[in-house]
Write a protein that binds this ligand. Structure first.
Ligand code: NAD
Length: 365
């Protein structure tokens, strides 16, 4: 797949490549291509670059420690990387944190995307004819921009935007800016809207790693509300397959919805993990007993589900991992990498506390 990645001298700029999904993309490209990978990441609580040390061809990885909310730094990163392709993933990414403090979401996700678009436009305008023609900017977004579904129906490329949280509103704004840069300046841009990802290296404030970490340490496992909120889950490696395919064969100016065809309630997710922990750890008690229902997230979207027929038909993409396979791999990874979790918790100061409860709501967990 993606023969273009074999091209010598290909220069790829990944923003947010020290994060969960960006890191997975960096690892994939380092192990399957000869491209030079420029990793623009300001290194925040969720970031980690220690994995680079395990790569033989780490000489092809260049970390650009810049903040995209700063236009000069963003310009500098574009100059240094001189990219043929940009995968733009850098963003504040946690809904609960956006409820606690929306400002960094506006700065990184909206202003940051504006700065990337402007620096990229300047860069693209100055490329020679051949490089200009093949240049692509892939803007990575979320299904959360579409709001919340009722019991039936699925999100598709034609769904109206209706974001409900500061996080999803900031991502929606970044999608609109990206789309405008295509229509106005004819920049070769493609947008992707993906459902919930899971897999190794995800910071333990997100549902799946949080539940694994709590379970491993015999701590109460919090479930918001009645646990009936539904998400559509995708193993992160399958998302990377889709992004690479989109960068090679996607139609300029289009958006692609990417999903796992895997709707689960939060309670189903938590119970799948506690079952796996019971099997793998063989303790005298069931990890299910640790489940505790806590006050719901304010404005908690009820249901997300993605119709990915378009990318399936046009680019022949579909998920390669079943949910069970992906989850088992993920749980194994966290069991084997507790030192990574501890190091991330230590570095960030995050110890698994409840996030996203504004002062007007009572803390009860
Ligand atoms: P993450 O929080 O793990 O990683 C984001 C990275 O971006 C971090 O390393 C962070 O330091 C960097 N970053 C943030 N603001 C920056 C700034 N101003 N300048 C430079 N670097 C900055 O997030 P993730 O889960 O890997 O998500 C990556 C992207 O994918 C985001 O755009 C997110 O909206 C999107 N997305 C995520 C999911 C999911 O389930 N995680 C699903 C669909 C789309």
């Amino acid at each position: 797949m993606n023969l273009y990645l074999k091209k010598e001298n290909l220069r790829i700029l990944i923003t947010g490549g020290a994060g969960f999904i960006g890191g997975c993309l960096v690892r994939r490209l380092l192990s399957t291509s000869k491209a030079k990978i420029f990793n623009l990441d300001k290194i925040s609580y969720t970031s980690d670059l220690s994995f680079i040390n395990n790569y033989k061809n780490k000489k092809n990885h260049f970390h650009l420690n810049y903040d995209i909310s700063n236009p000069q730094e963003t310009n500098e990163a574009l100059k240094k990387s001189d990219p043929d392709i940009i995968f733009h993933l850098a963003a504040e990414s946690h809904v609960d944190r956006s409820i606690d403090n929306p400002k960094p979401f506006i700065e990184s996700n909206i202003l940051g995307t504006f700065n990337i678009l402007e620096s990229a436009r300047n860069h693209w305008n100055n490329l020679d004819k051949k490089r200009k023609k093949s240049f692509r900017l892939i803007h990575i977004s979320t299904d959360e921009v579409f709001g919340s579904l009722g019991k039936v129906g699925k999100f598709s490329e034609n769904t109206k935007y209706d974001p409900r949280s500061p996080y999803s509103a900031s991502k929606a704004a970044s999608d609109h800016l990206t789309s405008a840069w295509f229509h106005t300046y004819k920049m070769p841009i493609i947008i992707t809207n993906c459902s919930n990802n899971f897999g190794p290296f995800q910071f333990p404030d997100k549902l799946i790693p949080l539940v694994i970490t709590k379970g491993l340490n015999n701590l109460r496992i919090p479930v918001y509300g009645n646990g009936e909120n539904i998400r559509d889950w995708l193993f992160v490696e399958d998302h990377i397959d889709a992004l690479l395919l989109v960068s090679k064969k996607g139609s300029i100016g289009k958006s692609y919805c990417i999903g796992g065809n895997c709707e689960k309630t939060n309670l189903e997710i938590v119970e799948s993990i506690t079952n796996l922990l019971d099997k793998k750890l063989k303790k005298e008690f069931s990890h299910k007993d640790l489940i505790t229902f806590v006050k719901d997230r304010p404005g908690h979207d009820k249901r997300y589900a993605i119709n990915f027929e378009n990318i399936k038909k046009e680019l022949k993409w579909k998920p390669n991992h079943s949910f069970e396979e992906g989850l088992s791999k993920t749980v194994d990874w966290y069991l084997d990498n507790q030192n990574w979790v501890k190091a991330m918790q230590h570095k960030s100061g995050y110890k698994g506390d409840r996030l996203g409860l504004p002062k007007t709501l009572t803390k009860e967990d």
